[in-house]
Design a protein around this ligand. Sequence first.
Ligand SMILES: Cc1ncc(COP(=O)(O)O)c(C=O)c1O
Length: 438
Amino acid sequence: MNFKEKLQFDSEHLWHPYAALKNTPARFLAKTAHGTTIETADGLKLIDAVSSWWCVAHGHNAPEIVQAIQQQSEKMCHVMFGGFTHEPAIELGERLVRFLPQGLNKIFYADSGSIAVECAAKMAVQYQYAKGHPEKCKLVALKGGYHGDTAGAMALSDPDGMHVLFRGIMPHHFFAERPNCRADEPWNDSDFKSMEKMVEEHLGEIAAVICEPVFQGGNGMWLYNAVYLKKLRELCDRCGILLILDEIASGFYRTGPRFAMEHAQILPDILCIGKALTGGSMTMAACVASEEVADTITNSRISAFMHGPTYMANPLACAAGIASLSLFESRDYGASVKRIESRLKQNLLPMKSLENAADVRVLGAIGVLELKAKPSNEDILKVIRETGVWLRPFCNYVYTMPPLITTDAEIDRICEAIRLVGECEPAPIVSGEDDFHE
Ligand SMILES: Cc1ncc(COP(=O)(O)O)c(C=O)c1O
């Protein structure tokens, strides 16, 4: 197949994320990816301004991770985790226990972020069951949140967001208003009222609250005040319900500190991590419980946690995770993210004055230009080709979450591409068109 035929086959036979099978905007045929750059079959070199959906923290194909996968593949690509354990799983576990905040040390390996969220919700329900509260089987989540695309994770994501069509297959949960108090504004107590009310009204049914700390990603790229999380921790403690923090997007230095929970100096009862865990090389996530949660389940009548995916703790993914954690430990990403943050602020904040700008927000290695209206996909693709910067705007959000190794010069180029998208003519939304989601 020549280049054109390959793309033709792709558009006839391969579903892509959040896209129609046919009639989608032209796709790029990625050939290689190293460091911050993806190279396409037609010779384009694109800076990956979105870390390939936020996972490629160390840059593409970090040699340390590639080597770890290669070495592990010579010994064992996979073995079932039921009845067996193996060294990569144990070593990754040891490293995670060291890397995670103290007290979070009972690890359930999952195969994707959505599955980690499913596991966290099930764990919370099983915990309440073990405590003698089988009726506590609902969660409270936040409007504007995103926790994944499987049924259980969709059911915890924004109820009016992109999953509306699937309401019929989703379990029902409760939703508090999105925290409105911005990360860069003083805290306003009234912001917590909706959550307080929701928990108090439905306490008898609630197992846990789940949220993305500080950074709500996939459903609005929103950055909110960390005091909300302090209040939430106090509320959960007062009411005897669990707090689940989904750090799948915010973890591993994305917002500045190692985990976003550090902005509020709180700990969850259950933590979800994923994406950057393997540095964007293999699919793997984890759901990590406190000792109290794990012991309560373990010491109950149904002591097993009832979940077990086929590829659980896949040795290749564990090897990648070990190498990725070594990089997180040996590099000063705290300093890199500070540098990226200040460069993003310098470049993006002045874009508030663009005619089509609704808002600009920056935290850590996250920069968002929210537009009043989105330009056409054709115009966005033109900017990508002309600037050599891979952006993936969705709805009205043009954003960057670059690899943590991105240089100042590359950040400048990314921001210039964002500005050019911000200056494009707004276009009407065409139904069924690839909305460049997430
Ligand atoms: C906060 C959060 N939770 C869960 C998920 C789902 O992860 P995955 O796509 O690996 O299933 C995402 C993905 O963007 C996410 O941002």
